[in-house]
Design a binder for this molecule. Structure first.
Ligand SMILES: CC(=O)SCCNC(=O)CCNC(=O)[C@H](O)C(C)(C)COP(=O)(O)OP(=O)(O)OC[C@H]1O[C@@H](n2cnc3c(N)ncnc32)[C@H](O)[C@@H]1OP(=O)(O)O
Ligand SMILES: O=CC(=O)O
Ligand SMILES: [Mg+2]
Length: 732
């Protein structure tokens, strides 16, 4: 627990704690009114809550440290290749692996259908950025035409180049793709959607006129969900397949509609069913001022008031939350669908502390404890109907809790949420929990983790990025790791992904909660995503992460191609015949067996890691940007956040620890790459060069620390050093 270094903030004195005046005023003036919670009882209750949970939080962190030190000692005492049985026994002896409960059955009530019943993309967004957060909330519906036209999903060279103005060849390819998609998932009884000249609603069903004048309908009448406008000439037709909607929009006056045989101007896909508003790894919030901005945006989303004025393509627009979409069904009765993605909020984990609240000794209190109470109190406005919109129709609050290590830490979150419910007047289990399966102690004890939250769990998600960082850090002393790019092919990660689905199904998540997969971290590589990310629904996952609304729209296609409910059913049938045992593979770290890398291979590996580190850290520390697109060594823009930074910094730290690379070589490559990153940012007027500034640049020194002090960082996390250096930069 660190002493607060911020002296500029003023504090309001409670009995035993001091609350940042910024937070105190924000909560009193903007959050408590109409929340059904009285100011006096809230602050008094908060003190009791902090008294109750701070000591346990500290004890859990001490346990992490103790276990890591026992593991380090074991590797030092056993320097030869890991003997699997002895290693597993040791992990059981120290209680790193606990006994697996026999039978766990999920019993979560009031779960919205987007989580329990539907399968589709999950978008993640830094909530500190209001413009992006609004865009994400609205990403429930996305233009297929824009997603195809504007990305490499379709060939981008020659005749197909997007160009400065509309390219009709590319446009025709987009339209053909859309028609093929309709033929595949909502086929006609006869003929093809590409030959359609008119869509209308006749006799309670869809009637489609084809080029030859014949009329047909949908092969499966249930694919027709509704329409907008007049039945004979609708402005939109709503289709449905695998639980997801597809809207055909008609406009003969529109640039695209005018050239289309059926006047279709766009095909709009139901895209991000759910979105995670992230207060964690994609943002840089290091002090009370930042945290209040985060909470303010979350409040704006929960009260429906958030809006942002921006200039786009030379036009000023005001971005706000989208209204619901209204349709008539086949019988002409009105109904509506949500215009917005169902929102989760991702709290921070148990590690960090915040200067939002200080104890009597001036120590910051655990940030996760504060996030639980403030993000829930804000979300209570949604449940009370204090917004023109509704997030959870079932009346639940959805919190994603990251970076928990093992069942005790899940139990802690569960107790925390129960106490918050009492404090702010919610019924038990209103606050739901999404467990990030992203630390090794959670993966190896996943069933026991689920058991600790069986009445509030709504997802388990393989955060493979953090999980990879933890894999390296936990086995830091076991030996040098394989190069970073090879880790994704290693034994443990395959077992980890399979185990997550198996355990989820075994604990009864089907039909009740999400089984989720990780982030597509190459935001510009949409063709490659279309090619490969189908693997996520095919594995039995009901959702998987995407970095942008466009990626959500394209990933939605995979949930039309794959019926997740039937995959899960098959997997459950296999499970009834016996479980696969993944523990031994899960405990096989990605150690290199052959370390005879050439000097050039070592430099390439270092450069790749260091480019990601510097490119990300410079914007984090000096501009407060928590998630960036940073070119890798091959010029491919990668999504970098704190979890990818954890991997890169731990990887270099591991190679330093085992003498694979020397300190001198690492420093030399840092200097070379710093100049390159400076060049990449040359167009940014707010940017300060690192090259020539090596002993003063906060960003550069932070990046060096992340590597050279990497082995000693708690669980290899990057946030302690990032926060320290960002605060230093802000104070300058
Ligand atoms: C390991 C983990 O924890 S993963 C989870 C954390 N990661 C994330 O949350 C990823 C979030 N994604 C992002 O922050 C961004 O997509 C980045 C940083 C990767 C790329 O951002 P940029 O370089 O600005 O993207 P780009 O210029 O291609 O597109 C910007 C447009 O896309 C939108 N956009 C991009 N990402 C998102 C998003 N996640 N949600 C909503 N809108 C988004 C922006 O609003 C903007 O559109 P606008 O001009 O209409 O406002
Ligand atoms: O949070 C996600 C991850 O991969 O880490
Ligand atoms: Mg993570």
């Amino acid at each position: 627990m660190s002493k607060s270094s911020i002296t500029t903030s003023s504090y309001h004195q409670l009995d035993n704690y001091q609350v940042s005046t910024l937070l105190y005023q924000f909560i009193n003036q903007q959050v408590l009114p109409e929340s059904g919670v009285e100011q006096e009882s809230f602050w008094a209750g908060l003190e009791g809550y902090l008294n109750e949970f701070i000591p346990t939080n500290r004890a859990l962190l001490a346990k992490r440290k103790q276990l890591q030190s026992q593991i380090n000692d074991w590797h030092q005492a056993n320097p030869q290749a890991i003997e699997p049985q002895a290693y597993q026994q040791f992990l059981r002896d120290i209680n790193y692996i606990v006994d697996e409960p026999q039978h766990v059955s999920l019993d979560t009530a009031k779960v919205d259908r987007e989580l329990a019943l539907l399968a589709g993309p999950q978008l993640v967004v830094p909530v500190m950025n209001a413009r992006y957060a609004l865009n994400a909330a609205n990403a429930r519906w996305g233009s297929l035409y824009d997603a195809l036209y504007g990305t490499n999903a379709l060939e981008q060279s020659g005749d197909m180049a997007p160009g400065a103005s509309y390219n009709p060849v590319r446009g025709a390819a987009v339209i053909a793709y859309g028609r093929a998609l309709l033929d595949q998932h909502c086929p006609l009884a006869h003929g093809s959607h590409s030959d359609a000249t008119q869509y209308s609603v006749l006799h309670g069903g869809l009637s489609v006129t084809l080029k030859d004048g014949s009329k047909t309908t949908l092969e499966n009448a249930a694919c027709f969900a509704g329409y907008q406008g007049e039945a004979e000439q609708p402005s939109a037709i709503l289709l449905q397949h695998n639980g997801l909607h597809i809207e055909l929009q008609f406009d003969p006056e529109h640039q695209i509609g005018a050239q289309d045989s059926a006047a279709i101007k766009d095909i709009v896909m139901e895209s991000a069913l759910t979105t995670i508003m992230d207060c964690e790894d994609s943002i840089a919030a290091v002090d009370a001022e930042d945290k209040v901005t985060v909470y303010q945006n979350w409040l704006g989303l929960m009260r429906g008031t958030l809006c942002e004025t921006l200039t786009k393509n030379g036009r000023e627009i005001i971005r706000k939350l989208e209204a619901n979409r209204h349709y008539k069904n086949a019988q002409g009765h009105g109904f509506s669908l949500s215009g917005r993605s169902l929102m989760f909020v991702r709290n921070v984990g148990h590690l960090m502390t915040s200067d939002l609240v200080l104890d009597t000794a001036g120590n910051e209190v655990p940030e996760g404890i504060l996030d639980a109470v403030f993000t829930s109190l804000i979300a209570k406005h949604d449940l009370l109907g204090n917004s023109p919109f509704r997030n959870s129709r079932e009346g639940s609050i959805y919190i994603v809790k990251p970076k928990m290590h093992g069942p005790e830490e899940v139990a802690f979150s569960n107790n925390l949420f129960a106490a918050v419910e009492q404090l702010i007047g919610l019924s038990p289990n209103t606050i739901k929990l999404g467990i990030m399966d992203e630390e090794r102690r959670t993966s190896v004890n996943l069933k026991a983790c689920i058991a600790q939250a069986s009445q509030r769990l709504v997802f388990i998600n393989t955060g493979f990025l953090d999980r990879t960082g933890d894999e390296i850090h936990t086995s830091m002393l076991a030996g040098p790791m394989v190069p970073k790019g090879e880790i994704k092919n290693s034994t443990w990660i395959k077992a980890y992904e399979l185990n997550n689905v198996q355990v989820g199904l075994d604990c009864g998540l089907k039909g009740k909660a999400q089984i989720g997969k990780g982030m597509w971290a190459m935001p510009e590589m949409m063709a490659e995503m279309l090619e490969t990310k189908q693997a996520h629904p095919l594995s039995g996952a009901s959702t998987a992460w995407v970095p942008s609304p466009t990626a959500a729209t394209l990933h939605a296609i995979h949930y039309h191609q794959v019926n997740v409910a039937s995959i899960q059913k098959q997997l459950l049938e296999q499970l009834a015949d016996g479980q696969q045992h993944y523990l031994a593979d899960l405990l096989t770290p990605p150690l290199a067996t052959d370390t005879s890398w050439t000097e050039q291979q070592l430099i390439d590996e270092l450069d790749n890691n260091i480019q990601g580190i510097l490119g990300y850290v410079v914007r984090w520390v000096e501009q407060g940007v928590g998630c960036s697109k940073v070119p890798d060594i091959n010029g491919i823009g990668l999504m970098e956040d704190r979890a990818t930074l954890r991997i890169s910094s731990q990887h270099v730290a591991n190679w330093l620890k085992h003498g694979i690379v020397s300190e001198q070589l690492v420093k030399q490559r840092f200097e070379v790459i710093a100049a390159l990153v400076d060049q990449q940012n040359a167009g940014d007027p707010a940017y300060q060069n690192m090259a020539g500034n090596f002993d003063r640049s906060c960003a550069y020194l932070a990046a060096l620390d992340l590597v050279f002090k990497g082995a000693e960082q708690p669980s290899g996390y990057t946030e302690p050093l990032l926060h320290q250096w960002r605060r230093k930069f802000k104070a300058q």
